[in-house]
Design a protein around this ligand. Sequence first.
Ligand SMILES: O=C(O)CCC(=O)C(=O)O
Ligand SMILES: [Fe+2]
Length: 312
Amino acid sequence: MGSQAQSKLPVIDFTNENLKPGTESWVSACQAVRNALEDHGGFLALYDKVGSDIYNSIYSSMEKLFDLPLHIKSRKTTEKPIFSYTGQLSRIPLFESVAIFNPLSLEDCQKYTQIMWPEGNDYFCESVNSYGKHLVELDHVVKRMIFESYGLEKKKLESLLESVDYVLRGYKYRTPKEGESNLGVAPHSDTAFLTILNQKVEGLGVKLKDGEWFEVDASPSLYLVMGGDALAVWSNDRIHACEHRVFINSKIDRYSTGLLSYAYKILEPQQELVDEEHPLSYKPFDHYGYLRFFLTEEALKSNSRIKAYCGI
Ligand SMILES: O=C(O)CCC(=O)C(=O)O
Ligand SMILES: [Fe+2]
């Protein structure tokens, strides 16, 4: 992985302490974020705030969580749709995923931990809470940059930031058995507003605008930021949801983590992003309604689930 100039998927540097709103480097990063999202639906963020202690502790915590017996890790942890354990799926047998709702809140992390380890597990709880906070910090910067790059009012950004739920997901992929496919997750885009992914072991690929697949490097300071269906609605299709996939090529189990955001208030395409060239493409959007719709027969038989749900 090289600099932005060498990588086909733009790499945007968030490690510079001087990257502050109003500075020249901020304005150019805003433009780079917008261009990358409009071109590819995503970009790579160089982000070094997660120190090695938190990085190692989140992945060792995730390993312990996935090591729990299936009947424990699949316990119900929230009433919200889709934020539960997923795994043992016949079409992608290598894949398992867990979801911790609202990792920013120590109380919610404790609630989750208590369900998995009734005897307590402070190490897990603190790792998830600290890692979640760092990823939310990056998420806020990126969202702010998106709003500024389109010249939208700060009030609108604040209102969005106040109306999203965060979910921290952990993913585990076992290595394939002999004769088994090495597909981890088939090409798809996420239903979230924004997804921020890190991988401990490589395997993640992103579809670029020219249709070529770009393989993402595994690094503690490299985070793939991707737009999901909700960002496509919000941006009135200026930004498309980023297509990505996972293949397991390693000889060891693959672990990755992701922070995903979901709006709990109705989200509408920004009127500033509607013009002759970009006519209004979506009706007001209920994100949780969409998550419930997503696995219905009607959704599955459509070409585009987001268009079937709220397209104009
Ligand atoms: O494991 C990864 O890196 C990505 C997983 C993913 O894209 C998903 O489950 O939606
Ligand atoms: Fe995904």
